[in-house]
Design a protein around this ligand. Sequence first.
Ligand code: MRU
Length: 352
Amino acid sequence: MSNSHDSIRAVLWQDDKLLLLDQRLLPQQEVWLEYTDSKAVAEAIHQMVVRGAPAIGITAAYGVVLALRQQLQQGRGDWYARLQPDLKILGEARPTAVNLLWALERMGNRLQSLSPDEADPLGLMLAEARAIHDEDIAANRRMGELGAALISESGCAVLTHCNTGSLATGGYGTALGVIRSAYAEGRISRVFADETRPWLQGARLTAWELVKDQIPVTLLADGAGAALMQQGQVKWLIVGSDRITANGDVANKIGTYHAAIAAKYHGVKVMVVAPTSTVDMSLADGGLIPIEQRSPVEILSLGGQRVAAEGAEAWNPAFDVTPAELVDAIVTERGVVRNPTTEKMREMMNNQ
Ligand code: MRU
C-alpha cells in the first residue's frame, strides 16, 4: 500500500478461506471471522459483519467461489445451473446496494463461460473474484485522484456521512478515498463525520479509519450538519452511494438526503463518489430503488440497551434517495459527471 493514509483492509482471501473483519464490533474489538460456506457469507452480509456497497459485492464474489467448492464435492459440469440456489441466497442478502447483483452477475457470466470439463474451475472463479476485488481498489484510487482535483480550496474542511472507506470497499474507499487523496495533497485539512445513527458507521468506523490513518476527524451528531454548514465550516459534502440510477439520483445511507438539502441551502458543494459497479442504468430514477427497511430495535435501543420509551414504535429505512438536482458532481473511475442528467450519465458509462 503506497499511500501512507491507507493501512486498512477488511475483506481478505487467505489459505482458501474468506476472512472478514467483523464491523459490528469495531472499534472496541478487531475480530476476524473465517468463512468456508457460501450461506454463512450471505448471512454475514445480511447481519452487516461486512457492509458498504462495494465490499458487499466483493464478499459475494468470494461467496460464489465457496459455493462452487461445495458443489464440486457433489460432481462436475452444469456449473451455472447447479449454483443457482446459492447465487439466489447471496443476491437476497441485502436489497439496496446494486454492487451485490453486479458482482453476482459477473461471477455468473464467468461460470457460464466455463466448459463442463474445465480442469480448474475453482482457480478460474477465484481469479475472477480477485479481479473484482483488485479492480475495486484501482477504481477507488482513480476516483481519489479525480475527486481530489475537484477540490480547488487548500486546507479546507469537508463533511462526510456513513462509512465509505477501506471498510466499505475492497480498500482505500470511495468518498473516503477522495478524502485520503485530497488530504495527502493538502486540499483537505479536517474531516467532519456524521455519527450516522442508528448503526453509527461514522462514529465507529469512519472515525476509526481516519484516526488509524492519521487524518484529523471531528464527529458530530447527524442533526448538527446544517449548523456546521451555516457557520461556513465546510466547503464540500462528500459521500458514497449504494445505487445511482440512470438520471443521477443517488441512494445512500439514511440522512444523506437531509445533508444534501442543507448543503444546497448553504452553498456547500455535494460530491458523490462511487464506482460504475454502483450505477444501475436499468432504473430510470431513484424512486425505483428498493430501500432496505431494518429492525425497529436499531432505533429503539443503543449498544444493546433499550433507550426509547416502552410502547414507542420506530421507522428505520437504511437508505434514502438524494435527487440528482442536489448533486454537483458524481465521481466514478470512468470520469466526473457534473450536474448529472440521464444523457451525461449515459455518456460517462460509455467511456472505457
Ligand atoms: O448500511 P451500510 O453500512 O452498508 O451502508 C453503507 C453506505 O451507505 C455507504 O455510504 C455506501 O455503501 C457507499 S460506501 C463505499
